[in-house]
Design a protein around this ligand. Structure first.
Ligand SMILES: [Ca+2]
Ligand SMILES: [Ca+2]
Ligand SMILES: [Ca+2]
Ligand SMILES: [Ca+2]
Length: 426
């Protein structure tokens, strides 16, 4: 039996009411003009699928694979330099409706110097989209990524050197599929650690791929390639966000999809180890091997608060990932999985059918709307707070078809995931 419109509407309100704490019962859109400039945006409350206003004192962390990547270098900056790119406007509206305080955007092409971020703020986020209140992010962070950087080697072993598959991370040009963090709270730039250059072979027990046609183990890549190849397909960043008296470390990345490879599984195994990096990093005694691009060593300090965020390209139950890749992270004792979900994802799985019908995981938790022949819709986008933080609400922005905001479901193949947290437990 399908979920139908009336029942679905009631279900959204009831379920959201159970997992998020509301500060009132104002229906969607009713009081947008009276919302105070710095107060909660109560126009986003209700059954439209958007996150409700966070409790005063809570911080909303989010991750969103925004698909703001373009086919050519300079393409994104060109699109963002005017206010009329329809997809960028939709992405901006998703942020305005859900109002994260700190958000990672995956798939935002890297432009040296930050011009694309500035243009996105000025021409999109600072402009009301479809009546939503503008949102200002005074702080942001970008850095170079490995995607599209030529390795000079034949990494995919097709007999030729060059092209996106031989880059340090898959990409047509340096910076394609980059990422940006936007924040309403200051980022402690002196404390930032980046792990763009950490080599895959320097991870103890790395799952280096094997050429199955030779007897030697783990020999898909030549020693020359392993001397060069970073673990991170984009980058891994540790950004201390100053919220109150103690920083919250925002740990962000975008592991490569566990697909588009052969029997050696080079992407599947790299995805596993890219995810594993954060699991080790936040586990006391496990991250000692890590070294950052700034010359520092070791994992996160014991007891430091953190939030891991990103499109991990791995579902706990379904899809093509290496078994256990994401489970290892979700089962890390120092963090909490708040299990965000949406009724829109249930509806999408029902309406789209195909591979979704064979999935073992509940579609409620899906965050990405992938091809329904394979792999189907998956849970791949995560916001995982550390145990010192108290999650008081969470959700996936995936409006049901009856919501006016469902027009935003096509802005990206992924959906924004948010978690509200209170500060440190005592
Ligand atoms: Ca090649
Ligand atoms: Ca071999
Ligand atoms: Ca789909
Ligand atoms: Ca699914």
């Amino acid at each position: 039996m399908g979920i139908r419109s009336n029942r679905a509407g009631i279900g959204v309100a009831a379920i959201l009411g159970a997992v998020a704490i509301s500060i009132g019962g104002v229906p969607a859109g009713a009081t947008a003009s009276t919302a105070p400039a710095d107060g909660p945006d109560i126009s986003t409350m209700g059954a439209d699928g958007a996150a409700r206003a966070a409790l005063p004192g809570a911080t909303r962390f989010a991750t969103f694979n925004a698909s703001l990547n373009r086919q050519t270098e300079g393409g994104l900056l060109a699109d963002l330099s005017t206010p009329d790119d329809p997809q960028a406007a939709q992405i901006a509206e998703v942020l305005q409706r859900n109002r994260p305080d700190v958000v990672l955007l995956n798939e935002f092409d890297h432009v040296e110097g930050g011009a694309a971020v500035t243009a996105f703020q000025q021409n999109y986020l600072s402009v009301s989209q479809q009546g939503a209140r503008p949102i200002e992010y005074p702080y942001s962070f970008i850095a170079p990524v490995n995607t599209g950087v030529p390795s000079g080697l034949d990494l995919n072993r097709d007999g030729e050197v060059g092209g996106p598959d031989d880059a340090l991370g898959f990409g047509e040009f340096p910076g394609q599929y980059g990422m940006v963090v936007l924040s309403r709270h200051p980022i402690d730039l002196d404390g930032v650690r980046t792990f763009q250059n950490f080599r895959w072979q320097d991870m103890p027990g790395a799952l280096l791929p094997d050429d199955v046609d030779t007897p030697e183990p783990a020999d898909w890549y030549s020693p020359e390639a392993l001397d060069l190849l970073p673990l991170s397909s984009k980058s891994h960043w540790d950004l201390p966000i100053r919220i109150g008296s103690e920083p919250v470390h925002f740990l962000v990345s975008h592991p490569t999809p566990p697909a588009f490879d052969g029997p050696e599984g080079r992407n599947r195994l790299r995805n596993h180890d890219e995810i594993r990096f954060w699991a080790d990093y936040v586990t006391p005694g496990r991250g000692d091997y890590a070294y950052d691009d700034q010359g520092g060593r070791g994992g996160l300090a014991d007891g430091a608060a953190f939030v891991i965020a990103g499109d991990q390209n791995a579902d706990p139950m379904d899809g093509d990932g290496e078994p256990g890749a994401i489970a290892r992270l979700l089962n890390t004792p120092t963090l909490i999985d708040p299990w965000p979900g949406s009724l829109g994802a249930i509806r999408a799985a029902w309406d789209q059918g195909g591979a979704n019908r064979e999935h073992r995981g509940l579609s409620w938790f899906d965050t990405a709307d992938f091809n329904d022949e394979s792999p189907g819709n998956l849970r791949v986008d995560y916001v995982l707070p550390s145990r010192q933080l108290i999650p008081v609400g969470s959700g996936v922005f995936w409006p049901i078809p009856e919501s006016a905001l469902s027009r935003l479901n096509s802005a990206s193949d992924h959906h924004l995931v948010w978690v509200d947290v209170f500060g440190k437990r005592r």
